[in-house]
Design a protein around this ligand. Structure first.
Ligand SMILES: C[S@@+](CC[C@H](N)C(=O)[O-])C[C@H]1O[C@@H](n2cnc3c(N)ncnc32)[C@H](O)[C@@H]1O
Length: 252
């Protein structure tokens, strides 16, 4: 069978086929981990596509793929993007919710992004530097947004500690903080999207989401690297008011 040009050539090193992967020489002073990272970047089709299509990073394709499936970034939607640097998700949201009013006759949305790091401005998005785990951060976001949200999305991830368990607990803390904001500001029918790591400690949060949203899906979009334990929870159809956990009430 004839393969489509470039189909899987990069992965194959079979007899008679050229291996087209870019290989990086180990330069003096370059660690093996940096060499592998560089090699992965150079060979990643999403990295090349992001460069071609003007996105600030390959992460943009994760939210594009999630939205293609669940359709929450609609014209007129008001979106909060937590952990937005360098800005790929914001760029996608600005276009899809029509934050610049470019789609005539369609409702104009709003995109508010926050991150620990400074982010270069993105036309159509309001971006603030903020540690979302700091005291009063959620109130600050509410003040900036100035009204309810239709979508709360979080790609927040703490810098890796190198210890899987610690990293997992950190990301659970970030997801819980994002979910608390979602419960507070989402319109009924709203959507919550958040990055989680496979690992088990988030069971309680999943149960909480199931009580408060019509549907809760755990998804690994194609753009998420297969060797990464990240996945995304997509909770749609917010029911409007957090339901108390009856078991928690009994224990009090
Ligand atoms: C994977 S990146 C996000 C990529 C982004 N979605 C994009 O498309 O460009 C994760 C981000 O989470 C941010 N982050 C981690 N902890 C945070 C916190 N406590 N408050 C705000 N942002 C945080 C990091 O600074 C980092 O920029």
């Amino acid at each position: 069978m004839t393969k489509a040009p470039g189909s899987r050539e990069g992965k194959s090193s079979g007899r008679g086929q050229r291996d087209l992967r870019v290989r990086v020489k180990t330069a003096k002073g370059r660690k093996l981990s940096s060499k592998l990272w560089l090699e992965r970047q150079l060979n990643d089709p999403y990295v090349a596509r992001a460069r071609r299509e003007g996105y600030r990073g390959r992460a943009a394709y994760k939210i594009l793929e999630l939205d293609d499936k669940y359709r929450f970034l609609v014209p007129g939607a008001r979106v909060v993007d937590l952990g937005c640097a360098p800005g790929g998700w914001c760029q996608v949201a600005v276009g899809r919710v029509n934050a610049l009013g470019e789609k005539s006759g369609k409702a104009v949305g709003k995109v508010l992004g926050v991150d620990l790091q400074e982010v270069d401005p993105i036309a159509g998005a309001e971006i603030h530097q903020l540690d979302f785990l700091s005291e009063g951060a959620d109130q600050q976001v509410k003040d900036w947004l100035g009204g309810p949200a239709d979508v709360v999305m979080s790609d927040m991830a703490a810098a890796s500690s190198g210890h899987k368990g610690t990293d997992h607990l950190r990301i659970v803390a970030l997801v819980e903080a994002a979910a608390a904001l979602a419960f507070d500001i989402l319109e009924p029918g709203g959507t919550f999207v958040a990055k989680v790591l496979a690992g088990g400690a988030e069971t309680e949060m999943q149960a909480m989401l199931k009580r408060n949203f019509d549907k809760v899906a755990n998804v690994k979009p194609p753009a998420s690297r297969s060797d990464s334990s990240e996945k995304f929870v997509v909770a749609t159809g917010f029911r409007g008011r957090p339901q108390a956990d009856p078991q928690a009430d009994q224990q009090d």
